[in-house]
Design a binder for this molecule. Structure first.
Ligand code: FE2
Length: 399
C-alpha cells in the first residue's frame, strides 16, 4: 500500500450544516462590500429563500448585482456576464444553484481576471493558458450532482452539430468557500434528484476505479458511494410515501449532499473513466441532462470495464474495488470476488431501472450517431482502454 504520491486541491473552507445558507453574508463580508450573486432563479425565488439572502446581504452592508441564469453555461453567456461586470469594483462572487450555476460563477470569477473570450482558454478549443488569478468565489449548491463546489474546472457547453462540452480549468479555481446546506436540496423534483444523483454516483464510482485514484481518495470513496446508493431511492421516492418520514428524508439529503461533494473532490483529484468520457461527447451533440446520460451509461460502462479487466488484467486494483462495492451494495461479505462484481453491476442496473433513467434513444441518438460520439469520446483514466468500435458497442447497448 503506497500513500504517496498525491496532490489535494480543495476549498479553503467547507461549511456543511442544515441551515448554513444563513452564513453567506458574513462569509462574503470578509472579502469586501461589493459582490455578485448568480442563481438559477426559480426554486430559490419561489421558496422566498432568495429574498432572505438579499435581506441578509443588505443587513451586512453588502451591495450586490444579481444574475439569474438557466441551462448549462455557453461561452456567449460567460462572455456576456463578464463584459457587463468588467471595470466595476467587485470583491467577490457567489453562486447559489445547481452545477450549471456554480460553473457559471466559477468561470466568471476567473474570466474577470483575464482579457478576451473564454473560448481562448477552453481546453481543446483555445490556445491561451489561464493565469490562475481569480476573484474570491463562494459556491452554494442546491442540487446533489456535479460536485462543482469542490472542483477546479467549469464545464462550458455549446450544443449542436459542432457542439462541445469543454472545461475552463486551473487548480486555483476551486471555490474558496463551499457552503453546503442540505435543506436547500430537499424539495427537488424526483426527476432532477434522480438525474443529478446518478451523475454523483457515476463520478464517485469512476473516481474510485480511476487509474489516478489515490490512497487519500480511496479512504473517502467507498463510504460516499454507499451513502448515495442508499439515499438515492429515498430522495426520489413518491412524496406521499408514508414510510419515508421527514427525518429519514432529511438524513437522506445529507447523504446526497455529502456524496455529491466528495464526488467533486474526487474528480478534481483523480479524474473519471469511460462513462464521463462518453457522456461529455454525447452532451456536446445532444441536449440531454448530463446526469441522465451518465445514468444511462453507468452500469454498461462499468460492466464492459470489468469484463475487459477480468480477461486482460486480472490483477487490476479496480477489480478488487468493484468487488468491495458489490459487498457494500449487497450488505454481504459472503461472496467470492467475481460474484460480488456481478452483484455490483446487477444492483447498478436495478437502480437505473427503478429511477426511470431513460435510454439514449430518447434524446434522438440512434445508430447513425454512434461513430461521431465515439470519435469525440475519450477513455479518461479508465483502467480498461477501449477502442472506438468498442465504445460504439457500449453506446449501442444503451440505445
Ligand atoms: Fe458529471
Amino acid at each position: 500500500m503506497n500513500i504517496s504520491p498525491f496532490t489535494l486541491c480543495t476549498n479553503k473552507k467547507l461549511i456543511f450544516k442544515p441551515g448554513s445558507i444563513e452564513y453567506i453574508a458574513t462569509e462574503l463580508k470578509f472579502y469586501g462590500d461589493n459582490t455578485v450573486i448568480i442563481t438559477g432563479g426559480k426554486s430559490l425565488s419561489a421558496g422566498g429563500k432568495l429574498e432572505k439572502i438579499e435581506k441578509s446581504l443588505k443587513d451586512c452592508g453588502i451591495s450586490f448585482s444579481l444574475f439569474q441564469v438557466s441551462d448549462e453555461p455557453s461561452p456567449e453567456l460567460i462572455d456576456e456576464i463578464t463584459e457587463q461586470l468588467r471595470g466595476r469594483a467587485i470583491d467577490s462572487i457567489a453562486a447559489i444553484g445547481g452545477g450549471s450555476v456554480i460553473d457559471t460563477g466559477k468561470a466568471v470569477s476567473a474570466m474577470l481576471r483575464e482579457e478576451g473570450s473564454i473560448c481562448d482558454f477552453l481546453e481543446g478549443i483555445g490556445t491561451r493558458t489561464t493565469s490562475g488569478d481569480k476573484l474570491p468565489f463562494i459556491a452554494v449548491p442546491t442540487t446533489a450532482g456535479t460536485g462543482s463546489e469542490a472542483t477546479y474546472n467549469a464545464v462550458i457547453s455549446r450544443v449542436g452539430e459542432n457542439g462541445f462540452k469543454k472545461s475552463l480549468r486551473n487548480q486555483n479555481y476551486v471555490p474558496e468557500i463551499a457552503i453546503i446546506d442540505p435543506e436547500l436540496y430537499a424539495g427537488a423534483p424526483a426527476s432532477v434528484a434522480a438525474s443529478s444523483g446518478m451523475d454523483a454516483l457515476a463520478q464517485l464510482i469512476e473516481s474510485y476505479l480511476s487509474t489516478k485514484s489515490t490512497f487519500y481518495t480511496d479512504l473517502m470513496l467507498p463510504g460516499a458511494i454507499e451513502a448515495v446508493f442508499e439515499a438515492l431511492p429515498i430522495v426520489t421516492a413518491d412524496k406521499d410515501d408514508e414510510e419515508i418520514c421527514d427525518e429519514v428524508c432529511s438524513d437522506a439529503w445529507e447523504k446526497m449532499a455529502y456524496g455529491a461533494y466528495i464526488s467533486g473532490l474526487a474528480l478534481a483529484n483523480c479524474g473519471y473513466c469511460i462513462v464521463h468520457g462518453m457522456a461529455g461527447a454525447v452532451g456536446g451533440f445532444y441536449k440531454a441532462p448530463h446526469g441522465v446520460i451518465c445514468g444511462a451509461l453507468l452500469a454498461e460502462g462499468m460492466k464492459q470495464t470489468l469484463n475487459r479487466l477480468e480477461k486482460e488484467d486480472p490483477d487490476s486494483p479496480a477489480l478488487l474495488k468493484a468487488a468491495k462495492l458489490g459487498h457494500i451494495f449487497a450488505k454481504s461479505e459472503d461472496m467470492l470476488p467475481k460474484e460480488a462484481r456481478a452483484r455490483f453491476i446487477q444492483m447498478l442496473e436495478s437502480l437505473t431501472e427503478s429511477l426511470g433513467i431513460p435510454k439514449l434513444s430518447k434524446f434522438g441518438i440512434n445508430e447513425d450517431s454512434l461513430q461521431k460520439i465515439a470519435d469525440a469520446s475519450s477513455n479518461k483514466n479508465s483502467p480498461a482502454v477501449f477502442e472506438k468500435n468498442e465504445i460504439i458497442e457500449i453506446l449501442r447497448n444503451r440505445l
